[in-house]
Design a protein around this ligand. Sequence first.
Ligand SMILES: Nc1ncnc2c1ncn2[C@@H]1O[C@H](COP(=O)(O)OP(=O)(O)OP(=O)(O)O)[C@@H](O)[C@H]1O
Ligand SMILES: [Mg+2]
Length: 376
Amino acid sequence: MYIEHLAVWDYRNFGRAELWPAQEGVTLLAGPNGSGKTNLLEAVGYAASLRSFRASPTASLVRAGCQQGLVSAAVRRDGRALQLEAEVLVSGRGRLRLNRQAVRRPEDFVGALLVTVFSPDDIELVKGGPQARRDYLDAMIVALSPKLALVAANLERALRQRNALLRSAGGVLRPGMEGVLDVWDDKVAEAGEALVTAREQLVMALVPEVEAAYRELGGREKVELHYERSWDGALLDALRTSRALDLRRGVTGAGPQRDELHFCLDGLVARMQASQGQQRSLALALRLGGHALVTRRQGTVPVLLLDDVFSELDGRRSAALAACLPPGQVLLTAAGAVPADLSVAAAAEVSAGSVFSSPPGGAHGPDGSEGVRDGS
Ligand SMILES: Nc1ncnc2c1ncn2[C@@H]1O[C@H](COP(=O)(O)OP(=O)(O)OP(=O)(O)O)[C@@H](O)[C@H]1O
Ligand SMILES: [Mg+2]
């Protein structure tokens, strides 16, 4: 799958900008710090998931001083043309249109365009708290089987209700509460068992992919991934057993919301013992491994978005990445130099809220402006 054309209006620092990426291979978005390179990748990510991969609220995507903005992407997926349009409003998410038809439910829009994103913040996957790692798994589960989004949503709702009940009890189970708690235990257990099974299966499938990606990136250490549940046996039993403790704490202590995904490099805990460069390589391998798995399972290659990927890798690892980029469309940002042997299919110059990129075969720019570079 690939993006034929991206356009944004009143999005971040852009009044209006357009991009015609190369269908296959690397489209390099080059430009100084603060020019808007990451903003463009973020816009692509927004068209795919209706979220900012920088975890910014939708309102902050609207250009300062404006009330609304728009992201529009013309996509080719397995030969079919898809036209995606998503408004961003100061008040939050706006109207959605898919192939010029209004779409009411976000779940009917999300996933039409598939992307894999790597951003410098992804080092948090390795270094940060367990939530980032659980989110990494859950996002991939949804990309692989969209129906499981419902399971995750059900678990979240049941946990919210159970925790609210625990807190309102103030440590003492009043008459009638037990039955209600039983109901939420059942719901947490049902959704929780389904989600943890999906996560464990995913981790098993990911291990060889992440190992291969880490090696291709020039890493020599042995990579291990290990999923650890926060409970033993059946989740329903664990919830019943921990009920008294949960009541005292006002929060549910067992379930996928407390699980951990551990990474080791040569037997050392990556979060605490790996170097910064090793952590960054591992984070990138987690993304590229996931990308390979989604590609294989979905039979279509997601668009790969690489933000500032070369900025903290040493020369050997940068060269290894340049040599091992997977097939498909890659949008890559860089403020500085990129490895000499990186094969660039198209280049766009981003400069203070303007993009200079050429339409395929066309000699003029998006708005007839000067300074348009030939993309070949
Ligand atoms: N809602 C907004 N309205 C206007 N400008 C914005 C908005 N949000 C962010 N910006 C501006 O966008 C710019 C940052 O853009 P971006 O992060 O894409 O830069 P970049 O080219 O990726 O830079 P770097 O090389 O440092 O990563 C900043 O100058 C910021 O002030
Ligand atoms: Mg940036």
